[in-house]
Design a protein around this ligand. Structure first.
Ligand SMILES: CC(C)(COP(=O)(O)OP(=O)(O)OC[C@H]1O[C@@H](n2cnc3c(N)ncnc32)[C@H](O)[C@@H]1OP(=O)(O)O)[C@@H](O)C(=O)NCCC(=O)NCCS
Length: 294
């Protein structure tokens, strides 16, 4: 595992490194690179621009700024986290987690209690990091939030996103970021509690899994919704199937959120085949409320 340091970035030279990192993480569209002068303005006005370094090499970055959200009493402050990116060769080494953990610590020091950001709900690695590792929750599905995107990761599909809520003072989040993180729940735990996946996907020889024709009705306190484990590879191999997944999951999540479900966890298993499943809870239900016979 590579060693890396997390630092706050504040100078024009450091922001130029962030521009270059963006070109490598989201290749293909120069107009989508957030320029150094914007990042500097963010950093000098209550925002946070964080870098992960391997020696003097910038290998990951997270940045965001203070924002507002509306409650019936009026606007409340929050931190809006806008981008998290790690160089491909440094992924799955904990860099993304370490950047978010540093963001969590610094935003707490600013006296805020909520961080929000968006991500594509079909990206299993992002889902696992955001929901399972960091303890963010979600009941907000945004259709085509960024319009047509031109960068290599996003081009061609409607830019639907989850907007997640990271309630940074809650025991749920503190436990996941603490030194003794919680024990993860697996498919086995859910099947012992008699909670199967909401639908069966078709698994052809190609391994490119297909969603069912329609979204089954949700019932019960918990539901498991499967997505592809490597959506970007699936999209590259079969673009029309990727579109099917986008529209199927749009319908499934919108129906679930309208019915009062909340995404509270995410399961990623590599064997016997890679499987990625969102856990949705009706209200505050959790597996510990149910009888687990083991
Ligand atoms: C999303 C991203 C920032 C994550 O960074 P990272 O440094 O790889 O993150 P981490 O290593 O801390 O965590 C990734 C976790 O996902 C796990 N993972 C890997 N592949 C996975 C998959 N297909 N499904 C689910 N989880 C997966 C890893 O094992 C790791 O978990 P672990 O720490 O328990 O081992 C990085 O992949 C990235 O830059 N992606 C492209 C840009 C992007 O999508 N940014 C976010 C939206 S702005």
């Amino acid at each position: 595992m590579p060693k890396f340091d997390i630092r706050t970035l504040e100078t024009p030279e450091e922001m130029a490194l962030v521009e270059e990192l963006q070109r490598q993480v989201w290749p293909g569209s120069e107009t989508d690179v957030v320029p150094a002068h914007v990042l500097l303005t963010v950093a000098h006005n209550g925002g946070l621009v964080l870098g992960a370094f391997d020696g003097e090499k910038l290998v990951g970055n997270a940045w965001g700024f203070p924002g507002l959200y509306e409650v019936p009493d009026g606007p409340r402050p929050k931190h809006c986290s806008h981008q998290l990116g790690v160089l491909p060769e440094y992924r799955d080494s904990g860099v993304g987690f370490a950047l978010k953990r540093a963001q969590w610590q610094m935003v707490r020091q600013q006296g805020l209690d909520r961080i929000t950001w968006t991500y594509d709900p079909l990206l299993s690695r992002n889902a696992y990091l955001n929901i399972a590792r960091l303890g963010a929750v979600c009941n907000t599905y945004l259709r085509e939030v960024y319009g047509e995107m031109r960068d290599g990761l996003n081009v061609g599909l409607p830019s639907d996103r989850f907007q997640v809520d990271w309630w940074i003072h809650t025991p749920r989040v503190e436990r996941r970021l603490g030194l003794r993180p919680r024990r993860e729940l697996t498919m086995e735990h859910y099947s012992l509690a008699e909670i199967p996946a909401l639908y069966e996907v078709t698994v052809p020889d190609s391994g490119l899994i297909r969603p069912p024709g329609s979204v089954p009705d949700l019932a019960g306190p918990l539901a498991l919704l499967e997505i592809p484990s490597d959506f970007l590879a699936l999209k590259q191999a079969d673009f029309s199937l990727a579109k099917d997944w986008r529209f199927f999951t749009r319908n499934a999540f919108e129906a679930a959120f309208t019915a009062g479900y909340l995404v509270t966890d995410f399961i990623y298993e590599k064997k016997p085949r890679p499987r990625s499943l969102y856990v949705l809870a009706d209200g505050e239900s959790s597996l510990s409320d149910l009888t687990v016979r083991k």
